[in-house]
Design a protein around this ligand. Structure first.
Ligand SMILES: [Zn+2]
Ligand SMILES: [Zn+2]
Length: 178
């Protein structure tokens, strides 16, 4: 078999078994969630991935511009939830705790929405736990979880918006903002 024939054969096989392959991959990810998270943690710190991420970030417009031009239209519900929470924090209707509700670490705490239609219903997580939560959700949903994030105007300024097209830098399992 030539290289071309092999490639054509593989493609035909993949096409014929697409659903099975998808189901298998999904089951694999579900069964190996912890391992994959640990792996991703290590992989994302490899010099080549760090460099790729930095280069990618340089290409991106400032977060504020991105939010204005993209996120506002793409993720109106998420945006609204974040703004509502930020406003509530600012007027003292919501209190941002000083420690992470998951690991107990004292750190800058971010609000994580599990339901964007309930803007003030958040769990308060440190950065690390928040990122992990998004990674977990992404694996669980078998897809990338779109932006949510945060809890203050400071966080909004640092926000990164994910691209729903899936065009993402290598190694970005979750996508994060804040
Ligand atoms: Zn934490
Ligand atoms: Zn979140």
């Amino acid at each position: 078999m030539t290289k071309e024939e092999r490639a054509a054969y593989k493609k035909a096989y993949d096409d014929a078994h697409r659903e099975e392959i998808k189901a298998y991959n999904k089951a694999y990810r579900a069964a190996n969630r912890e391992k994959l998270l640990a792996y991703e943690k290590v992989r994302s710190k490899l010099p080549k991935n760090v460099a790729a991420r930095r280069a990618y970030q340089k290409l991106r417009p400032p977060a504020v511009v991105r939010l204005g031009n993209l996120a506002k239209f793409r993720y109106p519900t998420q945006r609204k939830a974040i703004w509502t929470l930020n406003n509530a924090i600012q007027d003292g209707r919501a209190i941002r705790p000083e420690t992470c509700s998951r690991c107990g670490q004292k750190a800058r705490i971010e609000g994580h929405h599990h339901d964007y239609s309930k803007p003030l219903d958040v769990i308060w997580l440190c950065r690390r736990c928040h990122v992990e939560e998004h990674a977990r959700k992404a694996l669980e949903n078998d897809r990338e979880v779109r932006s949510d994030l945060s809890g203050s105007s400071v966080e909004i300024r640092n926000m990164e918006q994910s691209d729903s097209s899936g065009a993402r830098p290598n190694g970005a399992l979750y996508h994060h903002d804040a």
